[in-house]
Design a protein around this ligand. Sequence first.
Ligand code: DGL
Length: 266
Amino acid sequence: MASASDPVGVFDSGIGGLSVLQEIRRLLPAEDLCYVADAAYMPYGEKPKALVRERALKIARFLVDEQHCKAIVVACNTATGIAVDLLRKQLDVPVIAIEPAIKPASELTKTGVVGVMATPGTLSGEKFGELHSRFSRDTKIISQPCPGLAKAIESGKLNSIRLRKLLTRFIKPLVDQNADVIVLGCTHYPFVRPLIRELAGQDVRIIDSGEAVARQLQRKLAASGLENGSGQEGHERFWCSSEPGACRGSIAPFWTRDVCTMALPA
Ligand code: DGL
């Protein structure tokens, strides 16, 4: 039986989910947070769907069964698209999952054109197909697969020429087709928002779903009486499927407090 003092589990293929974790920490300062970066298996967006499904279930089980998490946040659009139905079926805790912010984008656009940057795995998934067809009656939604981008961000070289070239290649077709809203449909991408803004131009709105997920988590916890009301500052713990020292080096630049990473059990 879950209790309000139990932690919340959050996972992604790597550092991307930290963009969601930051929003959760801002909104829910008292919650203890367990974060798994499945760095040995990233990029999920360019891996077979069966493997992503298997990894997502294994990590969620670790968080629930071994860390006693009271809720799971899938901080990875690719894993949501591929595995969220399975996780909801298999786990008996609430599963909150991120998805590309197409709904708010379709309300914001003035040109009627929205660009979605995401991994090939997200854009080729059934879930994204459903989301796309739900909003494409009144809005032109351009899907832009971004192979290589999450991996380039994960490497931490956010000012590299290679990254700029990649982003230029992905953003130009969206701007050329008059998109005035760009949806960041991968949790790694908010970390290069300034560069995306520079390349897309100041008139283009750039949105992601991190804050919406944190709010959804808050609602779910409150609805099940599981919000931590201790008034004390929560802690974070990090696990990684690759070498923990290297993983710590990847996470630390994106997290304001001390980071100690542990090896995810095989
Ligand atoms: N950050 C993830 C997402 O939101 C996955 C990136 C990847 O591993 O391909 O899709």
